[in-house]
Ligand binder design. Structure first.
Ligand code: TYD
Ligand code: MG
Length: 452
């Protein structure tokens, strides 16, 4: 049977098929199909060079890691930069991706900055603004990846451990390997695999910047996550200067680790004590309560702000910043059912201070406390915090790492913490004392006692 060597790819969403299609079955876009020629190695000449190597006798010391100059970035990367690794930095336009990589250049002897986005002048002005020491940064303004990589092969010093390459952004790059438009799924994939090959064969770390686009007009970073070694997302919003760098994939370390930065006049600054930035002990108003979450390995004290007001329309609104709206609906439903209060008929809003986003279920308890506080107009006690997951039955359930959470609260001078049952035992096993620990079995019991 003749082997088919062409595949058809949707240039918008990356859907692949063996057959031509007029309308993409995945995203519904018309005329987005691109035909890709798949190159099968004609004979096995290249495969002959590959051979098995035994792990048993291999003699590798631990992976060599380079200091990125940012303590937080090192941690998010799992201990520093690894040579030959490809790191994707995704984020909304304007969040500070280019700023971050420009500041990185300062820490390396030589950096190669390939930009298809900004002019030389723009990059120069930013470099001047955010860096203090002068290091060698070579800038190339191009969208043609083949040309850039060809030049790089010539320019990079072989076996030098102190160089990085930056591609800003992957959506502006194009390669002659395929004839589709820059920014499309096909180009992005092809360019990324070319970059990965370059990084591996030259043993040089490469940062790829990718924009997240809400409209979906330009293909996003999701398309290439499987091709690269590390995927970092830079999160933040216009309302705060805080930026959170989060690892969602890391072949060299743990994931979901976070680093916290602040966007200043002169670029990004690391926030060395992040907990202090996500709450405000002075604003003791109804609707506010404090919780403690774990992001990666980092415990963070977070202020949860709840607002319960009479509904404006027949179907009440649910608005949530920082936690999933479904989770908010679930908690308000539990409050209504288990406490017999008519909270559900109201408009309900939740906001985590500082633009924090979390999926840690340990925030549930604090969300319930904030909603109840706003609904009843009673104050959450000063100097205290809470953590725990809420079940549909109204029970407060244990969450991961209670020791880390309580230790962080102790460090910050909290005097009291509301927790699920059996937490006390676990804490005393770990020798954590010096903070009042109050256990609750059900939400009902907790609310009645906390807001006495
Ligand atoms: P930028 O790094 O260009 O964002 P991205 O590459 O993710 O699109 O940063 C954009 C914003 O950051 C811009 O609105 C201006 C602001 N900014 C500062 O506040 N301080 C600075 O020192 C720099 C360079 C940028
Ligand atoms: Mg940019």
């Amino acid at each position: 049977m003749k082997k088919k060597d062409n595949i058809f790819v949707c240039d918008v969403c990356g859907y692949e098929s063996g057959k031509w299609f007029g309308k993409c079955p995945q995203c519904g876009e018309w005329n987005s199909v691109k035909e890709i020629v798949v190159n099968h190695p004609s004979n096995h000449s290249s495969a002959k060079k590959e051979q098995f190597t035994s792990l048993k006798n291999a003699n590798y010391e631990t992976i060599l890691r380079m200091d990125s100059g940012f303590e937080h970035l090192n941690r998010v990367l799992g201990g520093g930069l690894v040579n030959g690794s490809v790191i994707l930095i995704g984020g909304d336009p304007g969040v500070g991706k280019s700023t971050l990589v420009t500041q990185l250049c300062e820490k390396f002897e030589k950096s190669f900055y390939i930009s298809g986005e900004e002019s030389f002048e723009q990059i120069f002005l930013r470099y001047q603004r955010v860096t203090t020491t002068q290091s060698e940064v070579k800038v190339m303004n191009t969208s043609y990846l083949d040309l850039a990589l060809e030049q790089l092969e010539r320019e990079i010093a072989k076996d030098d451990q102190n160089q990085i390459v930056i591609i800003d952004s992957i959506q502006t790059m194009r390669t002659s390997q395929t004839n589709s438009l820059p920014g499309g799924a096909v180009q992005i994939r092809e360019c990324t695999s070319q970059i990965v090959e370059f990084a591996k064969s030259n043993k040089i770390p490469v940062f790829i910047i990718a924009h997240i686009t809400k409209s979906g007009q330009i293909a996003g970073p999701k398309l290439v996550e499987h091709l690269v070694d590390v995927v970092l997302y830079f999160e933040g919003n216009n309302e705060t200067d805080l930026r959170i760098l989060r690892s969602v994939k890391n072949r060299f370390g743990p994931t979901n680790e976070i680093g916290v930065f602040e966007m200043r006049e002169k670029g990004l600054m690391e926030v060395l004590d992040p907990s202090e930035r996500f709450y405000d002990t002075h604003s003791n108003l109804s609707g506010n309560s404090l919780g403690v979450i774990i992001e990666g390995n980092t415990p963070l004290v977070i202020e949860v702000q709840g607002l319960v007001v009479t509904a404006q329309f027949a179907s009440p609104r649910r608005l949530s910043k920082g936690i999933n709206t479904e989770r908010l609906s679930l908690i308000s439903a539990v409050l209504t059912k288990r406490l017999n209060i008519e909270i559900e008929k109201n408009d309900i809003f939740i906001n985590l201070l500082g633009g924090m986003k979390t999926t840690d279920p340990g925030i549930d308890f604090s969300v319930a406390l904030s909603l109840y506080s706003s609904f009843t107009n009673r104050l959450f006690p000063k100097g205290s915090a809470s953590f725990g997951e809420i079940g549909l039955d109204g029970k407060i359930r244990a969450v991961s790492f209670p020791e880390k959470r309580v230790t962080e609260l102790k460090r910050l001078g909290f005097s009291k913490v509301f927790v699920p049952l059996k937490t006390k035992n676990r804490l005393s096993e770990n020798g954590i004392t010096g903070i009042e620990i109050v256990e609750y079995d059900t939400l009902q019991e907790a609310l009645i006692n906390i807001f006495k």
